[in-house]
Ligand binder design. Sequence first.
Ligand code: PLP
Length: 396
Amino acid sequence: MIYLDNNATTAIDKTVLEDMLPYLSGEYANPSSMYDFAKKPAAAIREARAKMRDFFGAKDEKEIFFTSCGSESANMAIKGVLNCNKEKRHIITTKVEHPCVLNTYKYYEKQGYEIDYIGVNAQGELNFEELKEKLRKDTALVSVMWANNETGVIHPVEEIAEYVKSHSPETRVYVDGVQAAGKIPINVKETQIDMVGVSGHKFHAPKGIGALYVKPDVRLTPLVNGGHQERGMRAGTENVPYIVGIGKAAELAMENMNHELTEVKRLRDKLEAGILKSVFNARLNTGISNRVPNTTNIGFEYVEGELILLHLSDIGICASSGSACTSGSLEPSHVLRAMGIPFTALHGSIRFSLSRFTTEKDIDFVIKNIPVIMDKLTKISPFQTELEELRKRKGV
Ligand code: PLP
């Protein structure tokens, strides 16, 4: 199998699993208990929190809260801020956020909040000027994702936070860091960003664990009320093995950052160049720079994305399309639509996302096989006249 869907989820790193195992068997004590048996799990949580502090580039472990996933981190940040600032009823976000952010804001829109959704250009880059125009003194929250899950495009969140704080100091800034974590360095210490959410399973920890960085002066309400865990901000007995897992995964991500920025990028660029060179109806859906190093989004004109995925799957390649199957009909991705990707490529867009476990052999196999698949699929496409014109235009 060739796994190129690492933006959906990643394999658990073997060392992460090894570190977790003792806490899934012998070391099962509740970390809040008083006896000696509880000391090891309690210390393991402290150690994991310190690793997450370094991963975020935060100042103090107290700025780190463990959650169950990226979606929970977003909900805790957004709902927490809005609950504490009830008089502010305006929010700014983007058209290309993940549904865990967009659907949370839809909920607030129904409650009477005014939300501005900032657009992106054809390369998927945020319209910063539009954001500047929309910022108001009663803006409770500005939330912009660090990197987009479908395109990998990086948004200038540090500059955005800087601008927001200098023009409306009380506005809070939430950054969905789920697709940036482990792919590009994150260092919140030097920024004005108030909160960043991440999800363990996107950087080789298991599913079911996430984290939220919160600047010390930010007031939030808990999403889960109950015991004293996570300093009263997220009740529930701690998921010790998974907390250990995300801590270890964060440590490994920091160690592997250079590899990510050079080797993973090299393989991504090779894959991209290989496909664009050999497939006449392929187009890159983004610009070439300003992206996380592991992601490429390629539109195959006049062919159906789901058919491509099935053919890839038949030969053991896992990738993903931008479409979401909603009530039986295939809706093109909201991200690609916001970018204005032409209709001809919208339905045939495929995301390939690599990881540090992707090999040269994997990439060579994909580069070799995509033209074969595309040859088959263009032959059965109902758009033969258009494909012929495209061939002529491209001189093939
Ligand atoms: N934010 C982004 C950008 C994502 O890509 C995802 C998952 O795909 C999430 C949030 C949600 O993360 P989780 O599945 O851990 O809730």
